[in-house]
Design a binder for this molecule. Structure first.
Ligand code: ADP
Length: 494
């Protein structure tokens, strides 16, 4: 195998002995490239390089960090079409979605370039006379970043940019399925002038490279986005490690979209179709559980089913495609397994669910909608991560809210209603990290916190200024001014 794409370790591109092919899910005959797969020893070399680079980088000028991140952001945006095409080719989301994700990644780097210049602390009087208290933030150390395949450039960006901005050094392990986007992003970061060892790319297996990061005492913190079982494994390793590692997990979702009788029908249908099926449903914020009140249920189901039949499922790179293929055979098998299971559980498949053949061999699946879904069914409880959504009937708003909260997850939740009363109550009472009113559950801004509750997330939020909770550690410094405690003079003592 001719491995064209190497790992970047300690300031050098390193040839790996092992590699893997990156396959286009819209056309399995199209090989995007051959990418290196790092060994455990290579991962350890990357960690050692990041560890050695930390003291200097953690004290580097904020102007230098700003300039590097700004350069990265600017180059990403300038090359959005080319990078978006690469992303869509390897991951399978449509070209407009791919380009949009690339722009998002660029904006994230630009945002954190600004954050380098805005880092602040607090200075307070002490409760003790003559003493001052200063609270500052310092970088954490070497951070290991483990990312999934569904946002191949945006998720790496929202971990790498704050990590570097706040003075940490980075070991970045992208998902096995999407090395091309990770490699292209890394080239840009390296070209922008990060000093040797500050940023390392180690493409490879989770069980090899990821494990090496979890096992190394030189890694101080792990930020992980991926599945629940792997997240649990990561958490266990971080907590039993000596020293323990700081930890941030973003895992699955089973996000409810509540549609009330008083909803604007066209808004509700667009929220449901966009939230559940765009990006082939492969978003942790996807509206996989649609909860609809009695009065609008049948009309809503009919309107969504009709809209689904008009969606164009095809090659991600083709103009006019609205839904690209599923990412690979494993994910497709999982989607089909749940579609069978839903039917066995007694739910009614009212649209899609069948394999589609297109000009090129790919993993094409018609967006599937189930109705008559009881919230206890496995298709309503477990994350499928594909173009499959369920509709559950609710008597009224109260029951809809109860069903929305009856889930092990808590990432995003949405409501479609024209009632201020219900919108306000839902915002306050739904158990999720993010709430959307008359908007799809997926689709977020880059300058505000992202994250969930319950089984969806663990540790501090990602993105926006809140990212500093994970990527910095707080120091509280007390200083005595040497003048002794101040004693006020009393009258008559002059
Ligand atoms: P997905 O189903 O989205 O691929 P995973 O949780 O399997 O979700 O993968 C998310 C990321 O975690 C990937 O980069 C993967 O390589 C990595 N990973 C998988 N297993 C481990 C592990 N044992 N330790 C650390 N990282 C892992």
């Amino acid at each position: 195998m001719n491995i064209q794409a190497k790992n970047f370790i300690g300031g050098e591109w390193v040839v790996a002995s092992e590699g893997a092919s990156d396959i286009n899910p819209s056309n399995t005959g199209d090989v995007v490239g051959e990418f290196a797969r790092a060994s455990a020893a290579e991962a350890e070399a990357a960690i050692a390089a990041a560890y050695d680079a930390f003291p200097a980088w953690s004290r580097s000028s904020i102007q230098l960090r700003h300039d590097i991140l700004k350069k990265v952001g600017d180059e990403i945006i300038a090359r959005k079409d080319e990078l978006g095409r690469l992303l869509s080719r390897e991951e399978g989301k449509t070209l407009p979605e791919g380009v949009g994700e690339v722009v998002r990644a660029g904006q994230i780097f630009q945002f954190f370039a600004g954050e380098c210049l805005r880092l602040a602390g607090d200075k307070l009087p002490s409760v003790r006379p003559g003493v001052e208290v200063e609270i500052t933030r310092e970088p954490v150390g070497v951070v290991g970043l483990i990312t999934p395949w569904n946002f191949p450039i945006a998720i790496p960006a929202w971990k790498i940019a704050p990590a570097l901005a706040y003075g940490n050094t980075v070991v970045f392990k992208p998902a096995e399925l999407v090395p091309a986007s990770a490699h292209a992003l890394s080239e840009i970061i390296i070209r922008a002038g990060v000093p040797e060892g500050v940023f390392n790319l180690v493409m490879g297996r989770g069980s090899v490279v990821g494990e090496a990061m979890l096992q190394s005492p030189k890694v101080s913190a792990i930020s992980f986005t991926g599945s629940v079982p792997t997240g649990r494994r990561v958490a266990q390793s971080c907590i039993t490690a000596d020293p323990m590692k700081k930890l941030q997990l973003e895992m699955g979702g089973k996000n409810p979209l509540v549609v009330l009788d008083d909803a604007d029908m066209s808004v509700a249908v667009e929220c449901a179709v966009n939230g559940a099926f765009f990006s082939t449903g492969q978003r942790c914020t996807a509206s996989s559980r649609i909860i609809v009140t009695e009065g609008i249920h049948d009309r809503f189901v009919q309107a969504v089913s009709e809209r689904l039949r008009t969606l164009v499922v095809d090659d991600a790179l083709k103009a006019g495609t609205q839904i690209g293929p599923v990412v690979d055979q494993n994910q497709l098998d999982q989607d089909l397994k749940y579609i069978r299971l839903g039917q066995e559980e007694g739910a009614k498949l009212v649209a899609g669910g069948e394999l589609l053949s297109r000009e090129t061999p790919g993993f094409y699946l018609a967006p599937a909608l189930f109705t008559e879904v009881d919230n206890k069914m496995r298709i309503a409880r477990e994350e499928i991560f594909g173009p499959v959504a369920t509709v559950t009937r609710a008597r009224d708003y109260d029951e809809a809210l109860e069903i929305a909260n009856d889930t092990p997850f808590g990432l995003s939740a949405g409501i479609c209603t024209t009632s201020l009363k219900y919108a306000g109550h839902f915002r306050r009472n739904v158990e999720a990290g993010m709430v959307m009113v008359n908007l799809p559950t997926a689709g977020v801004d880059y300058h505000v916190p992202f994250g969930g509750r319950k089984g969806s997330s663990y540790g501090p939020r990602e993105q926006g200024r809140y990212a500093q909770e994970f990527y910095t550690t707080v120091k509280t410094a007390y200083s005595f001014d040497g003048n002794g405690p101040y004693v006020p003079k009393t009258k008559g003592s002059e």
